[in-house]
Design a protein around this ligand. Structure first.
Ligand code: GDP
Ligand code: CA
Length: 332
């Protein structure tokens, strides 16, 4: 394709931001002029939470900071060169969560966002305003303007029953060590896709599923009523990138999430979980890691094309090559 393809990416935080950086880099390498019309990122907001009176949007911020080049690449979250003075003070007050660090610069983001939400802006409008600060080279949309924070039901060792907690508590405080039995986004049944999401998917030249957590990043996006149907019915090819390399998750604890929904940690099982668009799923193609090339035939038998490429996003060049492979798989 000549000119600038309209690319929609469904994405979570860490895997999502590395991949989106790669897509932007791939377009630059093609000489496509920087326009925010080219790349639309539909971001998971299931990780969002209220803490100490402010609204946090971890995946939205990870992608914004990464595209702006102000992210902390060492830690993998938050702002580069951040300090924790306010966080220390909050802890002295016994406010917030002692195991959840809020950087000072990061808190500036949360305060600005919360103020604008209180002024009556929608999360979509807030994100548009925030994205205006830096030349991101992509349009970011929250999956929905509704609050549908992910809740995890875990088995309670002491009582033998089930207890619920916010996803962030389970992930950050307990490091996903409590056995999850269910993930849910209360209220999502009544949520609307954020303005622009359905239109972007319907008018895309290609829809890409980032190599993000299938359960708690891509899962909530597809669970917003209308999004899954839009992905299933768009004329654009839909290409997913495997977050599994060599039968293992890369960075993070997505395997625990997959186990909870009865999906094995393998590229084949995740492809089956997403399913073929020719059946009742969402994929036309599933980009497999070279380390998983042996399951390519089985993926193809599901009705999903299964090209193979290097899937390690260890630097910008590799992420760009991966994004280029995903675009090539879609024929754009
Ligand atoms: P989170 O919201 O911060 O958890 O990040 P995402 O949901 O966007 O991405 C998490 C997923 O990214 C994990 O399941 C990893 O398997 C996957 N991931 C991380 N780094 C890489 C990489 O270099 N290559 C691929 N293919 N997947 C990766
Ligand atoms: Ca996340």
């Amino acid at each position: 394709m000549t000119g600038s393809p309209r690319i929609v990416v469904l994405a979570g935080g860490v895997g999502g931001s590395r991949f989106v950086l790669g897509v932007r880099e791939a377009l630059r390498a093609r000489g496509v002029a920087e326009t925010t019309d080219s790349i639309t990122v539909v971001v998971n907001t299931g990780d969002d939470l209220w803490l100490s009176g402010v609204r946090l949007q971890p995946d939205v911020d990870s992608i914004t900071y990464a595209l702006a080049g102000v992210n902390d690449t060492g830690r993998g979250w938050g702002r580069a060169g951040d300090s924790e003075r306010v966080n220390h003070e909050l802890q002295q007050w016994g406010a917030g969560w002692p195991w959840f660090t809020l950087g000072d610069l990061d808190l500036g983001t949360h305060l600005a966002r919360t103020g604008w939400l209180r002024d009556g802006l929608t999360p979509t409008q807030v994100l548009e305003r925030m994205a205006g600060r830096w030349p991101l080279g992509a349009r970011l949309l929250p999956m929905t303007d509704a609050e549908a924070d992910t809740v995890v039901d875990v088995r309670d060792d002491a009582g033998g029953g089930i207890r619920s907690m916010h996803f962030q508590e389970w992930w950050t405080r307990h490091r996903a060590t409590l056995e999850p039995v269910r993930f849910d986004n209360p209220g999502i049944e009544d949520a609307l896709p954020a303005p622009g999401v359905i239109e972007a998917i319907a008018s895309a030249d290609v829809v890409l599923l980032a190599p993000s957590n299938p359960v708690v990043s891509i899962g909530p996006i597809l669970a917003v009523p209308g999004v899954r149907d839009a992905v299933r019915t768009t004329p654009a090819p839909v290409v997913g990138v495997s977050p599994i390399i060599g039968g293992r998750v890369v960075r993070g604890m997505a395997d625990v999430c997959l186990a909870a929904i009865g999906v094995e940690t393998s590229a084949l099982a995740v492809a089956r979980h997403y399913g073929a668009r020719s059946g009742d799923g969402v994929l036309d193609a599933w980009l497999l890691a070279e380390e998983d090339a042996q399951v390519a035939d089985e993926v193809a038998e599901l009705g999903i094309r299964s090209p193979v490429a290097p899937l390690w996003m260890t630097d910008a060049a590799r992420s760009a090559a991966l994004a280029e492979a995903a675009l090539a798989a879609a024929g754009v």
